[in-house]
Design a protein around this ligand. Structure first.
Ligand SMILES: Cc1ncc(COP(=O)(O)O)c(C=O)c1O
Length: 384
């Protein structure tokens, strides 16, 4: 393994850096998933997940990445012949629409310009033109454009104009912005372990409202591994339906306990401070915010004309050992994306801003660092 002279800094919008005590706990030993010791941990994790999702419903764990939970929403809540409305405002919106189509579901797409939030009047009009839709699918934060949709208001519009279930991909939202599932009337919420949950990729989470569970019981799309009803039945006996990557659950338990003892607000405020600091520091460096509805979990910054963001990203990786993400499809070469979830210390951000300043040959570095300090010194990370 080659040693880099610079410390490794992972500042992507997932996977994210894992807090050192969590890494340690995950590597202590491998528990068997059918033991009293693991059952105790599982029960604690289920309580912690309900706390973070802000729901009275159970939250099911899937051994699979976020896309598995997205697919579980489709095959558990729909039946052959159903129609849905899918908000498509970037790569992940496209994915959910494609997953529905793969199950032969008729998808009405509500295309939203990349970087913009959905307009409520467009949502209302789409619901009125497609009265048969059984579900509306939307990202909370469309990670490919770092844009947040007005989920609470969307939920109200959907409830007022249809009987459709509202399913949200909150993979870069749960735990990094307010999203109270029950209060906002969300019927299905999916999340992923490698984001605000601060552990490696490999687990995803899914929760259904009471109404959604009734639909789940009647759903006729094929499902086996992703049968969330079977998972819930196993959970009622204190078990998981299949084998479980126990080290990930052990790490998750530690993070959830810390979130419960220090408060979810702290985690959310830390993400918000990092996002604000990144937008303002970016502006000092000549990088403008891309989105018109920027997220607190990830920020997309436009690189100046003449600077290819993919080259800037490669330079950061090779020369400074810092991982961030670039843009996809039409945004390739035009934006960089910086994540705000996970164990990110103030030093990591200062190093990034200095490196960006160097890569861009910007004169605004001192001001950018001052902006970072102003925002970040006030909010501690979850693990210090
Ligand atoms: C909003 C959103 N949806 C879906 C996914 C896909 O999740 P995964 O890569 O864990 O399957 C991601 C991953 O970054 C995401 O950010």
């Amino acid at each position: 393994m080659s040693e880099h002279q610079w410390p490794y800094r992972l500042l992507a919008p997932g996977p994210v850096p894992v807090p050192p005590p969590v890494l340690q706990a995950m590597s202590a030993k491998v528990l068997h998933h059918r033991t009293p010791e693991f059952e105790k941990i599982l029960r604690e994790v289920w309580v912690g997940l309900k706390f973070v999702f802000a729901t009275q419903q159970s939250v099911q764990i899937i051994a699979g990445t976020g896309s598995a939970a997205m697919e579980a929403a489709v095959c558990n809540l729909l039946s052959p012949g159903d129609q849905v409305l899918a908000v498509v405002s970037g790569k992940f919106g496209e994915r959910w629409a494609e997953q529905c189509e793969r199950y032969s579901i008729k998808v009405h797409r509500l295309d939203v310009p990349w970087g913009d939030p959905v307009k409520l009047e467009d949502l209302e009009a789409a619901l009125k033109s497609h009265r048969a839709v059984k579900a509306v699918f939307s990202q909370v934060c469309e990670t490919s454009t770092a844009t947040v949709h007005p989920i609470q208001k969307m939920s109200q519009v959907i409830a007022k104009n249809s009987q459709a279930l509202f399913c949200v991909d909150a993979i870069t939202a749960v735990g990094c912005m307010p999203l109270p599932m029950d209060d906002w009337g969300l019927d299905c919420v999916v999340a992923g372990s490698q984001k605000a949950f601060m552990i490696p990729t490999g687990l995803s989470f899914i929760a259904f409202s009471e109404r959604a569970w009734k639909v789940q019981a009647q759903s006729r799309l094929p499902k086996y591994y992703l049968d969330i009803g079977a998972e819930r039945a196993a959970n009622a006996k204190g078990e998981t339906h299949f084998s479980t990557p126990t080290p990930l659950v052990v790490g998750l338990n530690l993070v959830l306990k810390q979130m419960q003892s220090r408060g979810l607000n702290l985690v959310i405020e830390r993400c918000q401070a990092l996002a604000k600091a990144t937008r303002e520091a970016g502006a000092e460096l000549g990088l403008q915010t891309y989105s018109s509805s920027p997220s607190s979990s990830v920020t997309a910054l436009k690189t100046p004309t003449g600077t290819n963001s993919a080259q800037l990203r490669d330079w950061l990786e090779k020369e400074r050992n810092i991982t961030i993400m670039g843009g996809q499809d039409s945004l390739k070469g035009k934006i960089i994306r910086v994540g705000h979830m996970g164990y990110i210390l103030n030093d990591d951000m200062t190093a990034l801003v200095r490196a960006l300043g160097e890569g861009l040959k910007s004169e605004g570095v001192q001001k950018a660092v001052a902006v970072l300090e102003k925002h970040l010194n006030s909010v501690e990370p979850l693990f210090t």
